[in-house]
Design a binder for this molecule. Sequence first.
Ligand code: KG4
Ligand code: ZN
Length: 324
Amino acid sequence: MNVLGIETSCDETGAAVVNNGWLVRSNIVASSLKDHQQYGGIIPEIASRRQLELIHYVVCEALDKSKLSLQDVDCIAVTRKPGLIGSLLVGISFARALSYSLGKPLVDVDHIKAHIYANFLRFESEKHVPLPQLPAIGLVVSGGHSSLYHVKDYNRFDLLGQTKDDAVGEAFDKVARILDLGYPGGPVIDRLAKQGINKELRFPRAAMPNSYDFSFSGVKTAVYNYVNKNKSVDGFDPAKVAYSFQESVVDVLVDKSLLACQRRRIKSLLIGGGVAANSTLRERMFDRAKSFDVQVYFPAMSFCLDNAAMIAGLGYRLFSKPRG
Ligand code: KG4
Ligand code: ZN
């Protein structure tokens, strides 16, 4: 079964064709990121206008690359929520019109859950790579969300905890802004932190005991205060700030995820979302999980950031097994 996925929740316009929920035949992503960079963050009005300009071309290219025509598509899956309302509306309207004109079913997909589902996607050349086992603990770390789930099945996600303030990616972006590193901040901090390894600078970790919730605004404010106080002092090193900030965030994400695995007696941990591209988070999670006997999965880099393959994949599962 071939599912055409459409993703337009923020600044990326994505279309993909996925076979039987896992085999990615094409995955096209166009981004309006460059148009937002001068503002230091996403401007919703610009994002939705660019979605409108790009959607038709992106869908055509996804079909071309998959060597399939619209007639070969069995179902259309589209991101329903969460996201910027204007951007979402473009994808949903486009998908609805396609579904109506072709007489093919349409499935609404939740963007956050799809980030976790990205772990089940494979290209033709990766056919042999085993798929994760369910149940699992799922950690979504993106620009807009930081949530921990007990994933019982493809269509049964129990929310265990979420951020009480900033999302992790948002904290990376804001700290990058404080350090004048540009937008988006995650990839720059990831790179810079490698040059700033140190032991003397330590930012607070919001433990939030007896809860799977997160809080990242405290560490962001601590960075802000530190930078304001020290930026003119000799020896001030943005790389050290990047390293110590990243350490405090990664520590909390790793601790809470593995605690959830241990308490729920679950042996699979699935990470997803833009921050899942972070090299320290990947290394630390694999390393620490060994002593918990937990198998950790991260999506391929191209499936960490927003993409439509994850929407098509989860759409297939929801279509085959609707929520009871
Ligand atoms: O999942 P995503 O593409 O969009 C949302 O659904 O929000 O995530 C974007 C976020 C941005 O905040 C960006 O700074 C962050 O992912 N990000 C990273 C890295 N690459 C992207 N954060 C930390 N390390 C990275 N390597
Ligand atoms: Zn996302």
